[in-house]
Design a binder for this molecule. Sequence first.
Ligand code: ATP
Ligand code: MN
Ligand code: MN
Length: 304
Amino acid sequence: PAPRRARAGRARPLQETAMSDTRLSHPERIVYPVAKISKGEVADYYRAVEAWLLPELVERPLSLLRCPDGIASACFFQKHHADSLGEGVHPVRLRESAGQADYVYVRDIEGVSALVQMNTLEFHPWGAKRQAPDRPDRLVFDLDPAEDIAWSELKRAGREVRDRLAEIGLDSWPRLSGGKGMHVVVPIRPGPRWAEAKAFSEAFADAMVAQSPLRYVATASKVARKGRIFIDWLRNARGATSVASWSLRAREGAPVAMPLRWDEFSRARSSTDFDLAKALRRAARLRSDPWEGFAESRQRLPTI
Ligand code: ATP
Ligand code: MN
Ligand code: MN
């Protein structure tokens, strides 16, 4: 099938896109077997949504989900840098449990394309920039529904998280994960360290559970989660990541993690509303940022 390409606001003309893809090996190789989406189409996708994707992930340590033989075979997470990842993919030395290690970051679409060449499908940035890895600049409340939770219930939960955050003076923005749940993302002015961000997030989740113990749970235990929505605050720890907005997911159907306006979120029909093709159309059509105000937000983390 002919590759689907977007005419996004800042997308390159087709020829230039094709020419700058010369380093892509095996563009015809099928990555999503049922949807029949090729590696070349994945590369084209990331180039087409560049203007929306890059602000999400440049200059941040990244975990990559790589699927060398497509999503039907084994995929693996990678967080450490290797020269084999190619030019445009840079190392940033970070402290970790056993000493130090070089993590991965990119500055531009060339870095993203190099990672796609290495069969990266999903991009998972830290909630901090590589220049200040110990000062988070965003929190993520990752809402994970148990199997028996209806989508309408999950949407209600997302809006409730938004409203509780607003009560303590925090604006937040929603994202469909492209999996089963959604993320409520809260930009914060860098300053607090991870320990503080984590303590805040745990206290916030605990308060929601205290108020609605039949609906929410804040512990990862599978038993406790039955029939409830897990407010996963553990994303807000040093070294934890969340999927980037506009990242593809390595699941059949090629769903995309999609940032929405709250009114759009209220109308969403599932977490997988946006697949690769629909995300391309959205990128081409969008006239204003669904997360308008997010990047400029300078809100402080309150104490609770
Ligand atoms: P869903 O809506 O299905 O929950 P999700 O992206 O929120 O999709 P989670 O399982 O809740 O997926 O995980 C949250 C985040 O934790 C992921 O986005 C990813 O960044 C990180 N993560 C999950 N599993 C791993 C792993 N094995 N290695 C590294 N990071 C992981
Ligand atoms: Mn989740
Ligand atoms: Mn989770």
